[in-house]
Every structure is written in C-alpha cells, then in structure tokens.
Design a protein around this ligand. Structure first.
Ligand SMILES: [Fe+2]
Length: 262
C-alpha cells in the first residue's frame, strides 16, 4: 500500500477503531481457516480484501511458448549499483543503513540461481516516493526505495538499504503498517512471478496489522520475519538482517497476489 491520505472529519468517523479490528483479528486467529492458502485472501479485518479477493475459481490459461521462456534476466541486464539503494543519488539517504541478504531455495534447500529479486520500500520516515503517498512524512531526495539483483550460484541475494519506517494507512482509525520491504521473485517468466513482504523482528505493530495477521498460522507468519544477524553487521557502517526465501514445500514462504501489495 502507498501510504495514507489526510481524511476529512466525516471520513474519520466512519473508520472502524483499532479495538474493533483487533477483536476481529483475535476471533479469526482463534478459529484459523484450514486447508486454504496463506495469507487469507478474504480477510475481513483487512477491509479492502472484501471487495478485492477473487470470488471465482481460478481459470488456468495455457501460456504461449514465449510466456514460458521469456523474458529472462542475465548478468548484463542488472547493474551492481541497483542492489545498493544508498548510492543511487548524489547524497546519502537518512536512516539506519543495513544489509539484507538471504538465499532463495527450493523445497530441498537447493539454490535457485540467477533469480531476479526486486524490492521496493518506504524511506526511513515511512514515506514512499509515489504520487499516491500523501503521508505527512518527508521525502528523502537521496532515497528512491527500489532495487534489484540476481541470485548468485548459491541462490544468495544481497541488498544494502535503509530500514523503512512504519506508515499510516486508512484501513481503520490509527492504522499503521509494521516496517516491511516488498519482495518480488520473477521466476523464469511473467507467469511465475511471486510477491511477498519481509518484516523485522520484534516489531510492536505486527499484532495490530490486519495484513500480516491475515496469515493465521504463526509458523507461516514467522517465516516472513527476517532475523538480525550480527555477523552481517559491519563496524561503523550498517546492521545486518538475514531472510531466506523458500519457493516450495512445507516451509514455503507465504506469497500474495500481485495486485495486493500494501
Ligand atoms: Fe508497503
């Protein structure tokens, strides 16, 4: 989601309270849905999911041959500078500098090599560089908030960036998104693209957030949370977080529909 917009007093009155949303989250967590994909696509505490979730069974189309095999991304398509979100402008961005790295693997832990990994995120103040984001937080002229890289032979990706701030949105009164980074894994063609979000450990906003809580299995949600890794932190420079992405199997990383990327 792209930030919030300022609301008129009349709009404010019709928003449900955090208490109401938290009550709904609690009720659904107490009776978790079984046998459905995570996250829940129709999750009433996340209000816009009521109208946006698919109501009909998916129709499987047979992709054309070109869609199965293209486009592909190779070393020549990606510049190394794209993986460092802190050096894309003339000055240094504000905020906590950090490295985020991990492996993209299959169900058996085998590396997924040459995978295009893309990220987008808010700046340290919780502001996206996007026309729709009217959150009353400053834009950082030295931070665009987008990056991409290819996984190496060990399936490893690595970004240097700024820790994103939480930001308000208008799901309910006083609604704030926990800090997160959006991730896309392109696959071998458009038909395989996967999108998800990475969260940070011990974020106090997580229990209040109906988007992350739409994953009602705590074990599945835990797999979306990076861990602080002191061996990745660099003296005088940056902190380090590690987050692995599992594409299949019982420990698969939860993914979301492409149009549903708050
Ligand atoms: Fe977001």
């Amino acid at each position: 989601m792209i930030g919030s917009v300022s609301a008129s007093p009349s709009q404010q009155r019709i928003l449900p309270s955090q208490q109401q949303i938290s009550r709904e989250i609690g009720e659904l967590a107490a009776a978790p849905a079984r046998g459905v994909p995570q996250p829940l696509l129709d999750y009433p505490p996340y209000r816009s999911s009521l109208l946006r979730h698919p109501t009909k069974a998916l129709r499987h189309a047979v992709p054309e041959l070109i869609e199965r095999t293209a486009p592909v991304f190779g070393e020549r398509d990606i510049d190394a500078v794209e993986a460092d979100l802190t050096i894309q402008h003339s000055g240094e961005p504000l905020g906590e500098r950090m490295v985020v790295t991990g492996r993209v693997v299959d169900a058996d832990g085998r590396p997924v090599r040459g995978q295009l990994v893309e990220i987008w995120q808010a700046n340290a103040a919780g502001r996206y560089l996007h026309n729709h984001d009217q959150h009353h937080a400053p834009i950082d002229p030295n931070f665009t908030g987008v990056g991409r890289c290819l996984t190496d032979d060990d399936g490893q990706y690595r970004f240097i960036t700024i820790k994103p701030g939480p930001y308000p949105w208008r799901n309910h009164d006083n609604a704030w998104r926990p800090a997160h980074i959006h991730f896309s894994l392109f696959g071998r063609a458009f038909t395989e693209r996967l999108v998800t979000q990475m969260y940070f450990p011990a974020d106090p906003l997580m229990p209040y957030d109906p988007i992350s809580q739409s994953i009602t299995d705590p074990a599945v949600l835990a797999r979306l949370i990076a861990r602080y890794d002191h061996t990745l932190s660099m003296p005088e420079t940056m902190t380090g977080y590690r987050w692995d992405i599992v594409l299949s199997g019982s420990r698969r990383t939860a993914m979301e529909p492409e149009e549903d990327q708050p």
